[in-house]
Structures are given as C-alpha cells and as structure tokens.
Design a protein. Structure first.
Length: 308
C-alpha cells in the first residue's frame, strides 16, 4: 500500500467513523475483544421529538475529540492499552419494524455477551435498554439498575414499544430488582406511592455532594451485577440540548462525571448511553457529553476487570 494512505490519523476532522477510531469489526462475535461498542439507531418508540436514530453516528463523530489524549484525564492509564475495544457498527433492521428491531437487539446482545465481551451500547431512544436488559439477564440473572434520567420510564400506559415504559416492564419480567436500583436526576412526575425504585431526584442531586450520592448508590446496588443506563436528558439542557425530551433543572456534566468516577468498586456488567438527537444539538455539545460518558463507563469497567 502507498505510504500516503497508510498513515495513523490523529486529526479531529477526518475519518470519524468509529468510536475513538477503534477498529470497525463486521464479525464482532468471532473477534477478540473485551468491550464491543454497538450502535442502535432506533427512535420509533419516541414520545417527544424524534431524531435519536442519528445518535450513534453523532456520538462516534464527537468521540474523535477524545481519541488524541492517550490517557483520558483524570485517569492514570491508557484505556486502549488495557482493554481491547472494537466497534461492532450499527444494528441493521427493517425500517419501521419495531418488533424485528427488538428481537434483533436481544439476539445480537446475547451472542456478543456469550462470546465474552462487555457491551457499551449507543442509542437510539431509551426503549433500546429493554431488549438489552433481556439479553444481559440471560447471562447475569437479576441485576441492579443505575439509571440516570429526567424521567423514571416506569409508566404503564404506553404501547409495547414506548421509551417511557422499559422500567415498568423490566421488574415485572424479573430482569432487575428495583429495590436494589437507583434512579438519579428525576424531575418529572411519577407515582411515588408504589414506585419501588430508589430515587435521587434532580433537586436533591444538585444539593447533595458527589460523595453522598456515590455512597447511596453503592449501598443500594451492593453485591449485585449492575447495568448502567444513561439517558442524556439527565443533564440539564444547558449541557445537553440535543435530545427529544429536554427538562430544565438537570445535572451538570461536571457533576455527572465526578459521580461516575467514584463507582469503581461495583460490578458493572452492561452499559448504554441513549437519547442523543443531534438535529437539536448545538456545536455537538450533547454528542460530546454522551461520548465522554461512554468513555468514562469504559474506564470504570477496565478498573474493575483489568490490572491498572
């Protein structure tokens, strides 16, 4: 190959096709890897503004801003030298077929997990978490959920494919234990009388210290396999305008990153970042926040599973 084409690309504006420029692997089941990034371009279940189907591409493009560091601040190790990360591309499904999408997500995730990989999934609207939880449950059993969001998503009045009903269905299916789960950043109405989940609402979270929030999370999920799901609208719209259902009064990017960095001693088995809708973004700040959060989650997993 000519030397002019055989070069390492360290720019932030060219060839931004995969997360952190890691290899795109079209047969991720057979590939050797610790972490697989899976894009889920789906927003049929959206109740507000559509557009989250474009989220995976936007997050990947924004991640190139993070690829040049080597050691990502403030972590003291190079993630890609400790964990082998691949990009599995986007799940392909028949346009408009929510049932087929749901089945394919569960099947793809089940196969990736069975091959020994840990999944970091990029949405897509938040409905994608339900089939992901079904796949993870097959391997890990009942899990605790750490759920960052403006909404509880525990509503029982939606259709079978609704991004506000996943955490109504998941406990009923035995996928997660709500009493061992924590929802952070909630600032919309829910039925507190029979909710079941532990909630740190946004006003509380904004007034509490990072250490207080971290301690409560760890106390609740202790001893359980943990799935972390991050709806980008947990962040205040000042930090994440590019989402379908923005709600004022959320958390700052700084506080979220500080909370995540304290969770190094829990058993994280699966992760997703969802609800980035780039059509409503400004200067890619929402996509960059999502890419940074996904990268932080990878660092957490690496600390727990590798010698660093």
């Amino acid at each position: 190959m000519s030397d002019i084409f055989n070069q390492v690309d360290n720019s932030i504006y060219s060839n931004a096709m995969t997360f952190l420029r890691v290899p795109l692997v079209m047969d991720p089941i057979a590939a050797e890897a610790d972490i697989a990034v899976l894009g889920l371009p789906f927003d049929i279940a959206t109740s507000g503004r559509s557009g989250a189907r474009m989220g995976p591409t936007a997050i990947r493009q924004a991640s190139i801003n993070l690829a040049w560091e080597g050691k990502h601040f403030p972590w003291k190790f190079n993630l890609l030298k400790k964990s082998k990360v691949i990009d599995a591309g986007d799940l392909v499904y028949s346009t408009g077929d929510a049932a087929e999408f749901t089945q394919k997500v569960e099947k793809a995730a089940t196969q990736l997990l069975a091959s020994g990989k840990t999944l970091v999934s990029l949405g897509g609207d938040h409905f994608v978490t339900l089939p992901l939880l079904r796949a993870h449950h097959q391997k890990f059993g009942e899990m605790a959920l750490i759920h960052f969001d403006a909404h509880t998503d525990t509503y029982d009045n939606g259709s079978a494919y609704d991004h506000g009903t996943m955490f109504y269905h998941a406990p009923n299916e035995g996928l997660i234990d709500p009493q061992k789960s924590v929802q952070i950043g909630i600032r919309t109405v829910f039925n507190e009388a029979n909710h079941g989940f532990n909630v740190i609402d946004a006003p509380q979270a904004n007034d509490m210290s990072v250490e207080q929030i971290s301690t409560l999370i760890k106390e609740k999920v202790q001893g359980m396999p943990v799935y972390v799901t991050f709806d980008i609208d947990c962040l205040d719209p000042a930090f994440a305008p590019g989402t379908g259902t923005p709600v004022c009064g959320g958390l700052s990017t700084d506080k979220i990153l500080k909370i995540l960095r304290t969770l190094t001693d829990i058993n994280i088995v699966g992760m997703d970042v969802v609800e980035v809708a780039p059509a409503y973004d400004n200067s890619e700040i929402t996509a960059l926040a999502a890419a940074t959060i996904a990268l932080e989650l990878m660092h957490l997993w690496t600390v727990q599973n590798k010698q660093v």
